[in-house]
Write a new protein. Structure first.
Length: 492
RNA sequence: GGCGGCGUAGCCAAGAGGCCUAAGGCGACGGUUUGCAAAACCGUUAUUCGCCGGUUCGAAUCCGGCCGCCGCCUCCA
């Protein structure tokens, strides 16, 4: 069957076929870096990360491009308003480029923690001004655009495919327009390709029309073309960008090149927090740093970034996802279960090279792998893929209880955890640091001193003392577990 | 006003005409284990898929109506 992807352009699942055999070019709309990344970014970029990972698992040579928007994205509608970066820079009293750099780093940091693979290319809009000017020139030459007072607009009426992605028609939108239309525009749906800057605007560049800056939609077209070609395999982004952003990208790209811009449009759905749209005014706006640390009044604790990732993968990328403390808590428990199982499994793998894997188990593992792949092939059904991981957890625990399980069998199981849970889903790590996550060896030694004290008390049958030690550690978030091979600890 | 989505157990969430007397996770409860716990394991937890009607031999899945929730259309991932 092969990978089926839901294509927003055709509104149905289609078999994925790359333009060039064995190779995939994918462009994903990146963040506008004027603030820390939030839960919405997490859902979006984890979803596309899994797509990229799965394409690579299938053997494709993937080029993953994700832009960084550091200029041109306005705070207001109808191409009026301020530049988001400029506005935030003023607020934080920073140079716009310093602000963009700061939040770009913050973004990568958060994405790293979510275990998202870095894009192959992370182009900045501000680094592609000349290319953007060139595209505007082409559109003017081909009469798809017009200049007014130093600004250039795309003439939507000249491009008859406008609306094909979002299923809208221009007349409808004019009727429903709630915004005061710029007097410069011929048609309310026209959008800015180049904006003339006010003299005090820091970010401005010379162009044939004015000192100014590019319109927001332009950067994606330009950078997509530059790094992946005039027609690309996959373009991803959030559903809210389907209109107008992606619609505008299609218009300007196809008008300029005369060929199809994108073969498969993939859109992921939005998040809500406690059942409502996430917004600063609702006090439910949660950044990733807050989710990881727990520093938000809606959260009772901090959550492991991979647990956040796992929660995202628990539902389908095209379904909306509601974040709540309860859903995060549930994901954290599930994440712990998988992680602890993998750790125990890896501990059980010895250097015994002579053993052979159990054939029945090998057969079961093959079936699990097939179920996983079938789920992922079906438009990335990560919910089922994740359930396979839990089936694997149960099987592993059974094998761990069985003294006859060979090292070779454990190895086979680990291969599945590593390939499916690790490479594809990104929830199983290659290596886990010391017991207790990010803690130092010193910490480990320290806790072991206390464990030794408690075990001494237990030997003396002084259970009051033993329980007191355990409770005190529990209070500071360290859980002790007495196992047949000794007492272990982990952070909660 | 225009466009779209959703409503499945206490909670999250798959399933999209017969394999469903409905995956998986969380939680809860009972058991095994334990000094007691924890973790792990075993078992229980929806005869039913918002409501009402229809199509069909057969519907959670298709159609119609109603109710409820949400999103986009304006910056957002």
């Amino acid at each position: 069957m092969g990978l089926q992807l839901y294509n927003s352009l055709t509104r149905r699942k289609e078999e994925f076929k790359p333009l060039e055999k064995g190779k995939v070019g994918i462009y994903v709309c990146g963040p506008t870096v004027y603030g820390h990344a939030h839960l919405g970014h997490a859902k979006s970029y984890v979803s596309f990360d899994v797509l990229v990972r799965y394409l690579r698992y299938l053997g494709y040579n993937v080029t993953y491009v994700q832009n960084i928007t550091d200029v041109g994205h306005l705070t207001d509608d109808a191409d009026e308003g301020e530049d988001k970066i400029a506005a935030a820079a003023k607020r934080e009293k920073k140079h716009p480029m310093a602000l963009a750099e700061y939040y770009t780093r913050s973004y990568f940091e958060d994405m790293d923690r979510l275990n998202c693979v870095r894009p192959d290319i992370s182009p900045r809009a501000s680094g592609h001004i000349t290319e953007q000017i060139d595209l505007v020139k082409t559109l003017l030459e081909k009469d798809f655009a017009y200049e007014v007072n130093g600004s250039v607009y795309f003439d939507v009426s000249k491009f008859n495919g406008y609306g094909k992605l979002s299923g809208r028609n221009i007349d409808q939108m004019i009727a429903g327009a709630r915004v005061e239309v710029s007097p410069d525009k011929k048609n309310p749906a026209d959008f800015a390709l180049w904006k003339k800057a006010e003299p005090n605007h820091i970010m401005q560049w010379p162009s044939p029309w004015s000192m100014g800056y590019p319109g927001w939609h332009l950067e994606c077209s330009v950078m997509s073309m530059k790094y992946l070609g005039k027609t690309i395999d996959i373009h991803g982004g959030g559903l809210e960008n389907q209109f107008p952003h992606h619609e505008c990208e299609i218009a300007q790209s196809e008008a300029a090149n005369g060929v199809q811009f994108v073969k498969y449009w993939v859109h992921n759905n939005m998040v809500t927090v406690d059942g409502q749209k996430m917004g600063k005014s609702l006090n439910n706006f949660i950044t990733l740093k807050q989710a990881f640390s727990g520093a938000h009044e809606r959260l009772t604790r901090g959550y492991n970034p991979i647990a956040v990732r796992q929660l995202i993968l628990n539902s389908h990328y095209r379904s909306p996802l509601d974040f709540s403390d309860a859903s995060l808590f549930a994901a954290q428990s599930g994440y712990n279960k998988i992680t602890e199982t993998v750790k125990a499994l890896r501990k059980a793998i010895t250097s015994d090279t002579g053993s052979r894997p159990d054939e029945q188990i090998a057969e079961q593992l093959t079936q699990l792998r097939q179920k996983f792949e079938a789920a992922m092939d079906d438009d990335l059904n990560t919910s089922i893929a994740l359930s396979v991981m839990f089936e694997l957890v149960r099987l592993t625990q059974k094998l761990l209880d069985d003294k006859n399980t060979t090292a070779a069998t454990f190895n086979l199981v680990d291969v599945l955890f590593t390939r499916l849970g690790g490479d594809c889903l990104g929830i199983v790590e290659q290596e886990y640091p010391l017991e207790g996550a990010a803690d130092s060896e010193l910490m480990n030694k320290l806790v072991n001193v206390l464990i030794e004290q408690r075990n001494e008390a237990r030997r003396q049958k002084d259970y009051t003392r033993a329980d007191e030690l355990r409770n005190k550690l529990d209070d500071i978030g360290i859980a002790l577990e007495d196992k047949s091979e000794g007492t272990t600890w982990r952070t909660k």
